[in-house]
Ligand binder design. Structure first.
Ligand SMILES: NC(=O)c1ccc[n+]([C@@H]2O[C@H](COP(=O)([O-])OP(=O)(O)OC[C@H]3O[C@@H](n4cnc5c(N)ncnc54)[C@H](O)[C@@H]3O)[C@@H](O)[C@H]2O)c1
Length: 257
């Protein structure tokens, strides 16, 4: 499924953190599968560049500059989907961040705040406004939240990141239970090591980390962002109609080892 398809034909899909990595890959895969896209990120020039590329390939794309920790920015992005396309069918809440990992007792409170704000509050705010729009549309919807293998066990990413990603799974399950009867599905990805700005920053800080992490992975490699994006696209599609409240491992087997 590296090419196109019609998994998201006729669907309006919002992607956060779409200017790079897994989010940009989700925009590319979603466009190939026929989605009309609302891309949200803080770096508008990069987002516009990606949007222009996708439009050149025939996709419908609008860009919303914004920070997922800002209720106004999130509201505006969801509003853009409704104003431009009439509704919101699906969302991939992917924006996330890390700070330099440290032992818990040596972690700055400011780092804790940043990591919890973006990774948890951001997903909370996005879901809140997306679900409102989906309920108003009357046709249900599908949400996929990008957690991490750090959402199911402790990793070297630092306690605030591990806590935030665990909490994303809690939000996912609570929302899945609350809205299943109204046709809104909510799932999460337990994403493993993936090549992106985030992982490149880790490798730059600690050059031996890549080899160490590869050795801990049954497939012995780092994922391409599209390998994660394809799973998000499938979960957003009607093919996943009986899947909700699930945590889908996309980790090359790391969680099984
Ligand atoms: N790369 C990995 O190995 C890995 C593993 C597990 C989970 N993840 C998760 O995948 C998601 C995507 O990360 P990635 O690996 O593609 O890295 P990335 O750094 O390329 O992408 C993260 C994106 O989120 C955006 N972002 C950060 N803070 C934001 C904010 N406040 N508002 C809006 N956008 C914001 C960034 O600008 C960027 O576009 C993150 O949630 C990350 O935690 C990544």
């Amino acid at each position: 499924m590296t090419g196109g398809g019609d998994l998201l034909a006729g669907k309006v899909v919002m992607v956060t953190g779409a200017s790079s990595g897994i989010g940009a890959a989700a925009a590319r895969v979603g466009a190939r599968h026929g989605a009309a896209l609302v891309l949200m990120a803080r770096r508008l020039p990069r987002l516009e560049e990606l949007a222009a590329q996708l439009r050149g390939e025939g996709a419908e794309v609008v860009c919303a500059a914004g920070d997922v920790t800002s209720p106004d920015d999130v509201k505006r992005a969801v509003g853009l989907a409704v104003d431009r396309y009439g509704r919101l069918d699906a969302a991939f809440n992917n924006a996330g961040t890390t700070t330099e990992p440290a032992l818990l007792h040596e972690t700055d409170d400011a780092d804790y705040d940043t990591v919890l704000d973006v990774n948890l509050r951001g997903v909370w705010l996005c879901m809140k406004h997306q679900i409102k729009a989906m309920l108003a549309g009357g046709a249900g919807g599908a949400i996929v939240n990008n957690s991490s293998i750090a959402g199911v066990r402790a990793t070297s990413a630092g306690a605030p990141y591990v806590a935030a990603k665990h909490a994303v799974l809690g939000l996912t399950k609570a929302a899945a239970a609350q809205y299943a009867a109204r046709g809104v599905r909510v799932n999460a990805l337990a994403t493993g090591l993936t090549r992106s700005e985030m992982s490149e920053a880790v490798f730059a800080r600690d050059p031996a980390a890549e080899e160490r992490m590869r050795r801990r992975n049954p497939q012995g490699r780092v994922a391409d962002p599209e390998e994660v994006a394809r799973v998000a696209v499938w979960l957003c599609s009607d093919q996943a109609s009986f899947v909700t409240g699930a945590t889908m491992a996309v980790d090359g087997g790391a969680g099984a080892w």
